[in-house]
Structure formats: C-alpha cells, structure tokens
Design a protein around this ligand. Structure first.
Ligand code: PLP
Length: 391
C-alpha cells in the first residue's frame, strides 16, 4: 500500500481548485442567471406560495431534464422520497433495501413510512449499491410471500429497493432493474445527487417505478430547499401531486380531503429559483466536468490516492469530486491538512447501520461500503471553480 505525501496532495488541490490562494468551500450555489428577475416576478405578482406558474413550468422542465413523463415538485428531496416510497407500495412493517452508504435522508424516508431499512453493500466501481451482491444476498435470505418476497429471517416483506447515485456517479441501475424484476421488488431511484448525469446515454431517475431528486442548497442546482418526484406512470404522477398537496379533491369551494395527505408543496418562489437555475445547468455541467478533468490530470501518478472517475458508460455530473485514499489511517491527517489550508474537504457519510436509530436494522455484510466510508474524501467541487472567463 502506497503512502500519500499529504503536503504534496494539499499543493495539488491548491493549484487545481484555488490557484489564487483563496479559501474554497466544498460546494457553493451560483446565481448568475435570471434568479433575481423570476423571484421579483413572484413578489410583484403576489404568487409566492404553493401554487403558481413557476411551479408548473419547473415541473414541465424537470420532466424533460430527467426524461420522465411526470415530475412533481416537492418541498425537499426527503419529503419526495417519503411519497415515492408510499407510491411504490411500502407499508408499515415492511423492509426496504437501501445502500448502507448514503445520506441519512434515504434511510429516514423509509422510517417515515413505518418501514425498516435493510442495508446493502456498495460497489467500488460506482460507489453505489452493488446489484450482484444484492442478488446473491436475496438468494440467501428471501423467500416468496403472499404479497412479494419476504425476508425469511424477520418474516417481513421486502417491499422496495432504493439505489442512490453517489456524488452524481451512476450506480449500475440497468442491472439493478433486472435484479428487481427477478425478485419482484420495485425500484425507487434516489437521484438526489445526479441531475444531468447520463448512464448509457440516458438521464437517471426514471428507470424504476418512481424516482426522486433534490434541490437542496448544496446540490448541482438549488431552489433553496426543494425536491421532486419523478415517474413515467401518469397515474402515479397524479397520485403524487394529490398526496403532496394535502389530498384535497378539486372543488370550487369545498375543503374535502379524502385520505391522509401531506403539505409537501414547493412554493412558487422556490420554483422560480429552480427555473432560473435549470437554465444554467448546461453551463454548470460543463464547468464541473472541466474541473473534474483538471483534478484527474493533477492527481495522475500520485501514489496513495486515486481520483474517482465516472464509471464505464457514464457521463457524470461530477456533483462532488472524490478521492479514495489507499490507507484509511491517513484520512484524518488529509482532512486536517486540507481544511487547515482553507481547502474544504469532507469525509464520506457514516454508514447508516452505525447510526443509533438504525443499529438494529437488518444488513448484509458491508465490506466495500465500509472501505469506501473509511477512505473516501470529497474535495472542492463548486461549478464556479471550473467556469471559463465570461461564463
Ligand atoms: C440531498 C439528498 C437527499 C434529500 O434531499 P433534501 O432535499 O435535502 O431533503 C436524499 N438523498 C440523497 C442521497 C441526498 O444526497
């Protein structure tokens, strides 16, 4: 195992991300388009809240960007995932297969449904859920039940699987769809980090029964807070809109809600931001790929660390750039040295199985997820770092 020369790595990061010597954060939003105009339009017209023309326009443009029939704007990605899981049929007492290596929202949305996350290992090639490892694990633990496969160890139904495209890199979604079909388990795609990414030429988020995305402040485009439910099924799309808008039956005056609904609407103000941000997505994508290419070249041949490049068949959005250290024991020194130098870096998420609320959840062995957790570090990735003069 090669040792990393940490001061050399800091120097490379400095030269690549911040040659002017300035401090850089991990990911900052950029508002260089029509944001002020569109938000002002909301204020001028009074359309600031949960209905309005920007919501409709944003949903239409999102559907195009994700290559799906319907996109339903929501107040954030976590809320969108809560509804998406309900749409996929997840019920209290079910188990939902999710990668152990993900942001807490993936597991939390499962818990909001009264269901239990069941952790799956990751792939070193994609950083996402490993469909072959899942297939092998299901051969060990799954048996047919009256309403889909059941975990024979717990007796609980395996109601859905939620892949996540870590840092914008596509996991092996097409292979997972096959595994899902083989076992009769619907796929709910967490595409929170992967707007703009192509996998075998197609956007992510629309391969499974339903998908979601997020527009939190640190994502590739932001609405302040926001998210969307994505689906090719018109009926599910209509139901998503209904559930996220308090389950109110349309009527000229009557307040009639015929089931438990949710106020998960995205305000028009936020959608206005989103419309302006979407217009800049091609610029952001080009800038981020330029920055990633600079990192790739700069770290080429550096021992003890590998810059993570997009998997085969992928055109990634490079939302958050990542390096993987050979030696986990060097990670904290690398984090300290970079942050001390004003170059913001962050470790990977803690594995979900280590969080107190999920420590008793079922899990397959997680050797790869553990290795990634211990060795991966995210490095500065804002689009502004890759923009060219005048952009
Ligand atoms: C950001 C994110 C979410 C949820 O997004 P919010 O909009 O912050 O609720 C869900 N899953 C993953 C993997 C994310 O990165």
């Amino acid at each position: 195992m090669a040792k990393l020369d940490i001061s050399r790595a800091v120097q490379i990061l400095r030269e690549t991300a911040a040659p002017g010597g300035q401090s850089v954060v991990l990911h900052e939003p950029r508002f260089a388009g029509a944001e002020w105009d569109y938000v002002k339009d909301c204020l001028d017209t009074g359309w600031v809240s949960s209905v309005g023309a920007y919501v409709d326009r944003f949903e239409k443009e999102l559907a195009e960007a994700f290559g799906v029939r319907r996109a339903i704007a929501a107040v954030n990605g976590t809320a969108a995932l809560h509804i998406a899981l309900m749409l996929a049929g997840v019920k209290p007492g079910d188990e939902v297969l999710i990668p152990a290596l993900t942001f807490a929202a993936t597991a939390n949305a499962v818990a909001y449904c009264g269901a239990i996350p069941h952790f799956v290992d990751s792939s070193m090639d994609t950083l996402g859920l490993d469909p072959d490892a899942l297939d092998a694990w299901l051969s060990e633990i799954a048996e047919p039940g009256p309403d889909g496969p059941v975990n024979r160890k717990t007796g609980r139904r395996l109601a859905a699987v939620v892949p996540m495209h870590a840092f914008g890199h596509p996991m092996a979604i097409d292979r997972l769809i096959e595994v899902g079909e083989k076992w009769g388990i619907p796929v709910v795609e967490d595409a929170a980090e992967s707007l703009g990414t192509l996998s075998n030429g197609r956007p992510l988020g629309g391969r499974g029964k339903v998908g979601i995305t997020s527009f939190n402040g640190n994502k590739i485009i932001t609405t302040g807070g926001g998210g969307a439910i994505l689906t090719n099924d018109e009926e599910l799309g209509a139901r998503a809109k209904y559930l996220t808008t308090t389950a109110k039956r349309p009527h000229r005056w009557a307040f009639w809600h015929d089931e438990l609904g949710y106020n998960y609407r995205l305000p028009n103000l936020n959608a206005a931001l989103g419309c302006a941000q979407l217009e800049q997505l091609p610029t952001f994508l080009a800038a981020k790929r330029r920055l990633a290419e600079r990192y790739r070249q700069a770290f080429e041949g550096v021992e003890g660390l590998r810059f993570f490049v997009e998997p085969e068949g992928a055109k990634s959005n490079y939302w958050l750039n990542a390096v993987i250290l050979d030696d986990a024991a060097q990670r904290d020194d690398f984090l300290a040295a970079t942050n001390d130098a004003g170059l913001m870096t962050r470790p990977c998420w803690a594995l979900m199985c280590d969080l107190p609320m999920y420590e008793n959840s079922p899990s397959m062995p997680l050797p790869v997820a553990r290795a990634i957790e211990q060795r991966l570090v995210n490095i500065p990735s804002s689009a502004v770092l890759g923009l060219e003069d005048g952009e």
